[in-house]
Design a protein around this ligand. Structure first.
Ligand code: CP3
Length: 350
């Protein structure tokens, strides 16, 4: 096509241009709170079958865009497709969350292959190409991966844990073996993200859901440094790649994360302190967030206050409106509709 592509408000914010009404989307926006997702999910069989069937993955990616006209679509997949492509046994059992074969001794780490089988991830690239073709050109398409620390917490423990103790323990007891896991994830994530850009993603997000459990020194070594290497590795090939980081729970360590990693935007959770974020984070990069997903379930005054606080705190600068973490399955759809309306009727600072 020779037509100039229309601007995407989402990308404008990431390129340094505040929008009068902040663009919005929701983490985990394709998911179980939507009846149309549950229908496709039931048809697909397993969760990974859904991720790896391009036409179904594309369909569930587009469902929330049709319903809510969000400014960005995020490709439907999971952060655990990297361990899967590394040949680890990854299963999602109904109601139980992910299960992997634990990688919890240096001996087991010795058997880890260094290069993923990317033919296993080809369906994700094909789903991106399909979404790209169908998506309104004003809507941005987000690709993603897990940050090495968060992916490693699942690989080491073999499942989700309340405090990520198995990975923290391994990092203290066997730092060399643990570093090998991290390095393997770094290298393959760079390759995976470049593949997503080539397949049509406009933006990449790196999810570090469990960054907040690490002491500052370990945060630097296992969260910041590997994320920086991914950002550098992607930009070596695609210098203008737009990247959002989400070191959930990083708190006072956020300014250092932003400076060291070189991300274009940072996703903040609902505990973030607004003046610190404005002065030391939003002054450098765009901010994404940060309604408490439980306020979205509650609705009513609690939700209105949460929405208005996010706008009052951050809409004076570069803001992508979002939740502070993923939307939960029990969230009423009417509350999401209400939030979208309220954000879109934002009239600027009062
Ligand atoms: O945001 C989106 O809509 C895109 C899809 C997406 C999924 N997972 C789909 C999914 C994204 C971006 C993720 C990221 C992800 N996966 C993270 C980081 C972000 C976060 O929310 O913290 C993590 C830690 C995972 C690992 C994972 N996947 C867990 C712990 C679980 C089980 C818990 C749960 O929510 O059920 C999953 C499964 C999963 N990934 C589901 C979805 C829609 C639910 C499974 C189902 O539909 O049966």
């Amino acid at each position: 096509m020779t037509q100039a592509s229309p601007t995407k408000p989402f990308l404008e914010v990431l390129s340094g241009r505040r929008q009068p009404v902040p663009p919005l989307w929701m983490m985990r926006q394709a998911g179980r709170y939507l009846p149309e997702y549950r229908d496709v999910r039931a048809k697909a069989g397993g969760f990974l079958d859904l991720c790896f069937t391009p036409e179904l993955a594309a369909e569930v990616t587009l469902q929330p865009i049709r319903r809510f006209a969000f400014d960005a679509a995020i490709i439907f997949s999971d952060i655990l497709v990297i361990p899967y492509a590394l040949g680890r046994d990854v299963r999602f059992e109904a109601g139980e969350g992910p299960r992997l074969d634990p990688l919890d001794t240096p001996d087991k780490v010795g058997t880890l292959t260094s290069t993923a089988d990317f033919t296993k991830l080809e369906p994700v690239f094909e789903a991106l190409r399909r979404v790209r073709r169908e998506l309104d050109p004003k809507v941005a398409l987000i690709g993603f991966c897990g940050a090495p620390w968060t992916v490693a917490t699942y690989m080491v423990a073999g499942q989700g844990t309340p405090d990520q103790a198995p990975a923290r323990m391994m990092a203290y007891r066997h730092p060399d073996a643990f570093a090998e896991i991290i390095d393997t994830i770094v290298g393959n994530s760079i390759h995976y993200l470049l593949g997503q850009l080539a397949a049509g993603a406009d933006v990449l997000q790196i999810f570090d859901t469990w960054a907040g459990v690490l002491p500052p020194r370990e945060f630097q070594r296992w969260s910041v440094e590997p994320t920086r290497r991914i950002v550098d590795g992607v930009r070596r090939r695609v210098p203008n790649a737009k990247i959002i980081g989400f070191p959930r729970g990083a708190g006072a360590l956020l300014p250092g994360y932003v400076e060291a990693t070189g991300v274009d935007a940072v996703s903040i959770d609902w505990t973030a302190e607004p003046s610190m974020i404005r002065e030391r984070v939003q002054s450098r990069v765009a901010v994404q967030g940060n309604v408490d997903p439980l306020a979205l379930i509650a609705g009513g005054d609690a939700l209105d206050r949460s929405i208005d606080d996010v706008l009052a705190n951050f809409a004076g600068g570069r803001l992508i409106f979002n939740l502070g973490h993923g939307i939960q399955p029990e969230t009423p759809i009417a509350h999401v509709e209400h939030m979208v309306k309220r954000v879109r009727s934002y009239k600027g600072p009062s």
